[in-house]
Ligand binder design. Structure first.
Ligand code: KE4
Length: 451
């Protein structure tokens, strides 16, 4: 902690807590540090969405987090609806997670060899997620999706995959086709450096469009290894599946001998303890996970049917590896986080608090004359400035992005930290209180009345 404080002291952050100034946000230190960061790291960030490109204004540099709040280097305090993009579902710096890490730290940070904690988390994941009979841990959601694609191809002997416009499955080449999240945020058609040959096998369809998927299967007979999707889209803004969509994909993949893969990096353990697949009662063949299962430390995982996972080296021929995979710190934070989520009333609380937020935001829009639509499922929410409904990325793109950017800035100045892009979902936690929600809705009403 001292190292951290010394590093920050060099930028002389104000020590006392500055209550958020509603007129203009005092961001002197953020500006200094971010200016320096831009000379050191591309765009001054280590992940593009953090640069505020699509909402404009000064990106905020943060100092610490606790519960449902986050403090910046100027001492401004915010209610946090990003939660490190999902992992902080129990609240930031949960004392039991922090203590568990303290206890295990003395045993070392990484073994590079089997450790019992891997068994413990693997068993918890297998017990929780309907599709998972065996699991492999990796270090990010991107890695999990890369590996699961290789596995889909290895198991079926087919090269093509179907993904959906606006869905994001990490930054591996094969997925950077009409991707969501930061790719959509930056309006990148696709990324340079990705050979056409690599994405030639990536087919895309609009989300919620079963007919389009059937056509792709018909046009590519016996060539599609599988369909991968976010069972609830969080990377094009919040877009739930239409009734029957997931069931329809389950049937279509069976009919055409392809695999069904749910990318639950974001939804896993958030929508329900067993993920979206448990909530909707549709069991894929393979699932990817990340975020929550690492409790805020780098982690990813892929798992599914035993007969498929048996192909993964060294049990089978499909190669995948990772120096820090299954390291004791990430395993510990994940184990403790899942233990906390197993406690009673967890998902009822997430649903209640998030529905109150979502309903409040939409009511505020209605009262201030703005067209808006959106909703929540458990601790995941989103809204768009458009009449809606929003069923696909195409719909999302036609919402009022400029208005969203102005809304984001106004909320920031009132101490509410929302995802800095229309093409992201919002996240609540067990630490968010009714007071947080009431304050957020009041701020939204104030900002919207001035938009
Ligand atoms: P990571 O490699 O960022 O751990 O996971 C990639 C990924 C895969 N699948 C889904 C459904 C995801 O949402 C993600 C990552 N989510 C973004 C937020 N939209 C991470 C935030 C960022 O890129 O900075």
């Amino acid at each position: 902690m001292q190292l951290w404080r010394d590093a920050l002291r060099r930028h002389n952050p104000t020590e006392e807590r500055v209550l958020v100034n509603t007129a203009t946000l005092k961001t002197t230190r953020s500006e200094e540090i971010f200016a320096a960061a831009q000379k050191l790291m591309p765009g001054g960030v280590n992940s593009p969405v953090r640069a505020f490109k699509s909402v404009g204004g000064q990106p905020i540099v943060f100092d610490r987090v606790k519960g449902s709040h986050i403090w910046d280097v100027d001492g401004n305090e915010y209610i946090d609806y990003i939660g490190s993009w999902g992992p902080a579902i129990c609240g930031h710096a949960h004392p039991e997670v922090t203590q568990a890490l303290h206890d295990v730290l003395e045993k070392g940070t990484s073994f590079g060899a089997p450790c019992y904690l891997e068994n413990v988390l693997a068993e918890m994941v297998i017990d929780a997620v309907p599709s998972i009979e065996m699991v492999r841990f990796v270090n990010s959601g991107t890695e999990a999706c890369m590996a699961v694609l290789r596995l889909m191809r290895a198991f079926t002997g087919r090269d093509k995959l179907i993904k959906f416009e606006g869905c994001y499955h990490g930054h591996a080449d094969m997925f950077l086709v009409k991707a969501g999240s930061g790719v959509a945020t930056l309006g990148l058609p696709d990324s340079p450096g990705v050979p056409k040959s690599t994405t030639a096998n990536t087919l895309t369809a609009p989300y919620n469009d079963l007919q389009a998927v059937r056509s792709l299967f018909e046009e590519n007979p016996d060539q599609v290894s599988g369909v991968i999707l976010e069972p609830i889209v969080g990377n094009a803004g919040f877009i739930p599946p239409d009734a029957g969509f997931l069931e329809g994909l389950r049937e279509l993949t069976r009919e055409y001998g392809a695999l069904l893969v749910f990318d639950e990096v974001m939804t896993g353990f958030r929508i329900a303890y067993g993920g979206a697949q448990q909530k909707f009662g549709v069991t894929p063949d393979l699932t990817t996970l990340g975020k929550i299962i690492g409790g805020g430390l780098p982690v990813g995982a892929y798992g599914g049917r035993r007969d498929i996972m048996a192909m993964v080296a060294p049990a089978g021929p499909m190669y995948q590896a990772g120096t820090l995979s299954g390291n004791p710190l990430a395993m510990t934070a994940g184990i403790k986080t899942l233990e906390l989520l197993q406690r009673s009333n967890t998902y009822e609380q997430l649903e209640r608090i998030t529905k109150k937020l979502s309903d409040g935001l939409l009511q505020a829009a209605k009262e201030t004359g703005h067209a808006a639509c959106g909703g929540n499922i458990s601790g995941m929410f989103g809204f768009f400035f458009t009449e809606g409904p929003v069923h696909s990325y195409e719909d999302a793109k036609h919402s009022d992005l400029n208005k969203f950017g102005r809304f984001h800035r106004g909320m920031l100045e009132r101490g509410v930290y929302l995802a800095p892009s229309q093409f992201e979902a919002g996240f609540t936690s067990l630490a968010h209180t009714d007071e947080d929600i009431d304050r957020t809705i009041a701020a939204a009403r104030e900002v919207m009345s001035g938009l």
